[in-house]
Design a protein around this ligand. Structure first.
Ligand SMILES: Nc1ncnc2c1ncn2[C@@H]1O[C@H](COP(=O)(O)OP(=O)(O)OP(=O)(O)O)[C@@H](O)[C@H]1O
Length: 270
C-alpha cells in the first residue's frame, strides 16, 4: 500500500490557460492530484471545468502551461500518459449505433488488448459497471444511467491508474447516483481520481480535497473541512461565496474575475 509520503503527483495542472480569441475559458490553473487521492473539481456552469479536464487529458492543447499525467506531458508524450489515464468526457464517447459488447471490443482492440487479456478486462468492466443486462442492446436505446455506465466502462477498460471523470452523475436519478458513487468509492481504493460535479453531498461523501474554479480562475484549493469553514460550516454557502459572479460587464471582462485576498490564500496551488 502506498504511504502518504511515497505518493507522487499523478495529475498536474501547471499554469494551464485556454483562450478562445480574447476570452479565457480557463486561466493559470495550478493544482496536483497525488497518487491515491480523490479530488473534486467544482465550479458553476461555464466555470471552465470541462475545458481544464480536456487540457489535462491532452484532448485539447493549452494556450499556456503544461498538463502532466503520471509525469508525462500530455502534449509531448500523450500516448504514454494515456496508458495511465481513463477519461469520461461530459458527453461520453459513445457510438450510439453500437452495442456495449461491440463498443468494448472495439476500444479493447484500439488499446492493444487481445485474447484472454481482452476477455478478462471486458469481463471486469462489465462487472464493475453492472452492464451484463444491456450488453447486446443498441447504446442509443439505453437509459441515461446505463449510457453513463457504458462511458465509465470504456474509461476503465485498460485498467488505468488515473481517472478523470467529467460529471459522472449528471442527469442521473438518485438510485443511479448511488450506484455510480458506490463504484467510484471502490475505484478510489486503488486509483487517483479527479471528478467534476455540481453535487456538494458527493464532495462531502467522497473527496479528499477540493479544487474550485470560477470564471476560469482557481478560487479554492483545500480539504473539504476548510471549504466548509469558508461557508461557516455550510458547503452550499461556501460554494455561493466563492463563486458569486464578480463580473460587472461581459464575458471577456477577465480582470473582474480576480479572487479577493482572502480567497486567494485558499486558492494556493497544492
Ligand atoms: N470551443 C470553444 N469556443 C469558445 N468558447 C468555449 C469553447 N469551449 C468552451 N467555451 C467556453 O468556455 C467557458 C467554460 O466552458 P466549460 O465547458 O469548460 O465550463 P464547465 O465549467 O465545464 O461548465 P458546465 O458545468 O456547464 O459543464 C464557457 O463560457 C464556454 O462557453
Amino acid at each position: 500500500m502506498t504511504q502518504p509520503n511515497d505518493r507522487r503527483p499523478m495529475i498536474e495542472a501547471d499554469g494551464l490557460s485556454k483562450f478562445y480569441g480574447p476570452f479565457a475559458a480557463s486561466r493559470d490553473i495550478n493544482f496536483s492530484v497525488m497518487q491515491g487521492e480523490l479530488v473534486a473539481f467544482l465550479g458553476p456552469n461555464g466555470a471552465g471545468k470541462s475545458t481544464t479536464m480536456k487540457m489535462l487529458t491532452g484532448y485539447i492543447a493549452p494556450s499556456e502551461g503544461e498538463a502532466r499525467i503520471a509525469g508525462f506531458n500530455m502534449m509531448e508524450d500523450r500516448i504514454e500518459g494515456s496508458k495511465h489515464l481513463g477519461y469520461l468526457p461530459e458527453s461520453g464517447p459513445l457510438y450510439m449505433e453500437m452495442t456495449p459488447a461491440g463498443m468494448l471490443d472495439f476500444f479493447a482492440e484500439a488499446r492493444g488488448l487481445t485474447g484472454a487479456k481482452k476477455r478478462d478486462r471486458i469481463e471486469a468492466v462489465v462487472d464493475i459497471c453492472d452492464l451484463s443486462s444491456v450488453m447486446f442492446k443498441a447504446i442509443s436505446k439505453l437509459s441515461k444511467g446505463f449510457k453513463q455506465r457504458v462511458g465509465m466502462s470504456q474509461a476503465l477498460l485498460h485498467d488505468p491508474d488515473v481517472l478523470i471523470l467529467d460529471e459522472p452523475t449528471a442527469g442521473l436519478d438518485p438510485n443511479q447516483i448511488r450506484g455510480v458513487r458506490a463504484t467510484m468509492r471502490r475505484l478510489a481504493e486503488t486509483k487517483t481520481i479527479l471528478l467534476s460535479t455540481h453535487i456538494l453531498q458527493e464532495v462531502e461523501a467522497m473527496a479528499d480535497r477540493v479544487v474550485m474554479i470560477n470564471e476560469g480562475r482557481m478560487v479554492f484549493s483545500g480539504d473539504v473541512q476548510s471549504l466548509s469553514t469558508a461557508g461557516d460550516g455550510d458547503l452550499n454557502e461556501a460554494f455561493h461565496r466563492l463563486t458569486a459572479s464578480k463580473k460587472k460587464t461581459g464575458d471577456d471582462d477577465q480582470d473582474s474575475a480576480e479572487p479577493t485576498p482572502s480567497q486567494e490564500s485558499k486558492a494556493e496551488a497544492s
